[in-house]
Design a protein. Sequence first.
Length: 83
Amino acid sequence: MTPGKQADIILLKTNTLNLSPINDPIASVVLGAHVGNVDTVLVAGKVLQQGGHILHVDLKHVRTQVTTSRDYLVATSGFRKML
């Protein structure tokens, strides 16, 4: 890393069964990690997720958008609503 340059960093929880025992850290992450292992995410120096929780996002608004999108796709695709 170079001072003044932007960096993206992901910190993983490694005290979980799916990553134990860690003999080879790279292999453990590639073969065993999943989204539940992501603890903290920094993008361009800004913390976007911390302690496993997404920051700076209105989840209620996102859920509304996802539901609206689903309803539109179901209505325009010809498939019946299965909910």
